[in-house]
Each structure stands twice: as C-alpha cells, then as structure tokens.
Write a protein that binds this ligand. Structure first.
Ligand SMILES: NC(=O)c1ccc[n+]([C@@H]2O[C@H](COP(=O)([O-])OP(=O)(O)OC[C@H]3O[C@@H](n4cnc5c(N)ncnc54)[C@H](OP(=O)(O)O)[C@@H]3O)[C@@H](O)[C@H]2O)c1
Length: 254
C-alpha cells in the first residue's frame, strides 16, 4: 500500500469518538496507520477505553477532550495540539447532540441553540482551527458527518437536528472551495440508520422492525460500514465538495 492508502504519518482528529460511529471511525483510521485524536467533551472514560482498544490492536491514539461548541476552548486546545504535533491532516466532524436527549427543562429555543452549537458550530470551529496548518502543508481531508435528516421534511421534534445537518452541507461546499487550491478536500458523508449502541438501547425490537422496514435494504448500517465509507472518502484526493449518501436506499422509500 502507498503512504496515502495507509495514512502512515498522518494525524486524524475525530470529534465525538468516545462511542458509536465516531469510535468506529477512530478505529478505522488507526488501523489505516494514522495517529488518532479521540475527541469528546464529557465521556472521557469512554474515550480512554477507545484509545486502549486502538493501542491493543497495534494502533496509536490519545484522548483529546474539548467541547467543540465552545469557541475559546476550541481555539486554545486545537492551537496547543497543532503546535505540539505539527498539523491535523484529517478532521472528521462526527460529534452531535443526541436529538433524543432533550429534557423537559429545555425550551424550544434553548434546544435549537444547543443543537446548532454542537452539530453545526461544532464543525465550523474545528475546521477553522485546523485549516491554516493544512494549507501550510498543502494537504488535508475534512469530512462532515451529516444524516438523511438533512433532506427529510422533519417531524417537529427533529427540526433542529435536521436544520443542523442541512447546514453541514453548506459548510462542506464553502470550505471545499476554499481548500481546493491547497489540496484540501472537504466532503459530507450522510448516513441513514446506523446500528450504534445508542440505537440498540433506545429502540424496542418492535420499533427497530418498523424503522428498518422503511429502509429498502431492510437493515441499518453497521458503524464499521459507514466508517469504511469515510475512510475511502479521505483516501480520494479528487472528490471534493460532494455528499456521499449511505442510507440503504432510504431515498427511494418502499
Ligand atoms: N446513529 C444513527 O443512526 C445516525 C444516522 C445518521 C447520521 N448519524 C450521525 O453520525 C454521527 C455519530 O452518531 P452516533 O449515533 O454515533 O452519535 P452518539 O452515539 O450520540 O455520539 C455522539 C458523540 O458526540 C460527542 N459529543 C457530544 N457533544 C460534544 C461536544 N460538545 N464536544 C465534543 N464531543 C461531543 C459525544 O461524546 P460526549 O457526550 O462524551 O462528549 C459522543 O462521543 C452524528 O453526526 C450523527 O448525526 C447517526
């Protein structure tokens, strides 16, 4: 394999990598040779577990605790990290506020602000924080993890989530254009249902059956399948400004 296929010598930062899809992405990039920064804001013990599992499999990683919705924290922690390691070559904006974690206390406006802050500003700020160093190296890969909810006419409960994900597509296009002269590609991967532990814990067997019945392929993706698509997207230096949809045919309906 060539250096680019293996990602040897590259630093990859995966936001929201302490569980779910982010964990699978972190493990895939580590397996492909990258040094991986496993980001989360709260679940540091989980992030440590991910790092330990990567190391046990022969990879290299460390925990990078940072609230990606906090501008001052992002600026301080990303700049310290880049000073220490030279650059972040691959950034995957995967973190999200779980749309099912809204509490009674959150007003509509508060929940909208929180969702946009983590899902959208939480992708915008990290991109800005890594871009200059990527430009200097004239190499970079940025992948924004969106969702089929970016396209669907959302149910009232899912409106903030859907809006935040649609916004990621605009981020992708804008930064793809800015990054192109510097050999930096920026793409969106928009998954449908993924069988993360969150989904398995939240849905009853009946609900899961109903949910998968709306997917023409009749199942959710494994986190590893979507991680592989993100890895493949990062491998290509010629795809930029695009959206890769991976939803089991959910567009087509049944
Ligand atoms: N699961 C699905 O079916 C599905 C479908 C389509 C698209 N997606 C997309 O795939 C991505 C991953 O989904 P998932 O289901 O794996 O998510 P998840 O299980 O809810 O995990 C979210 C991750 O984001 C982190 N996070 C939350 N707030 C953060 C903050 N302020 N700063 C840094 N990290 C933060 C969480 O860690 P801490 O809370 O510990 O900080 C956690 O690691 C998301 O972008 C989601 O929209 C998922």
């Amino acid at each position: 394999m060539s250096a680019i296929e293996t990602f040897n010598g590259k630093n990859a930062l995966i936001t929201g990598a302490s569980q779910g899809l982010g964990e699978a992405i972190a493990k895939s990039f580590a397996e492909a040779g990258a040094f991986v920064f496993v980001n989360c804001a709260h679940g540091v013990d989980n992030a440590k577990r991910v790092v330990t599992e990567i190391e046990s499999a022969g990879g290299r990683a460390e925990v990078f605790q940072c609230n990606i919705a906090d501008e001052a924290e992002v600026n301080a922690k990303f700049s310290a990290l880049i000073s220490r390691c030279g650059s972040i070559d691959i950034l995957v904006n995967n973190a999200r506020l779980d749309p099912y974690k809204r509490t009674e206390k959150d007003t509509d406006g508060e929940w909208f602000d929180k969702t946009l802050a983590i899902n959208l500003k939480g992708a915008y700020l990290p991109i800005l924080a890594v871009l200059d160093a990527m430009k200097k190296k004239r190499w970079g890969r940025i992948i924004n993890v969106s969702s089929v909810w970016a396209y669907w006419a959302a149910t009232p409960k899912m409106i903030p989530y859907s809006v935040s994900k649609a916004g990621m597509h605009a981020l992708t296009r804008a930064f793809a254009r800015e990054g192109a002269p510097f050999n930096i590609s920026v793409n969106t991967v928009a998954p449908g249902l993924i069988m993360t532990e969150n989904i398995s814990n939240r849905l009853t067997a009946e609900q899961l059956k109903a949910e998968t019945a709306t997917v023409p392929l009749g199942r959710g993706a494994t986190p590893e399948e979507i991680a592989q698509i993100i890895l493949d997207t990062a491998r290509s230096g010629f795809i930029t400004g695009e959206t890769i949809n991976a939803n089991g045919g959910a567009y087509m309906g049944l």
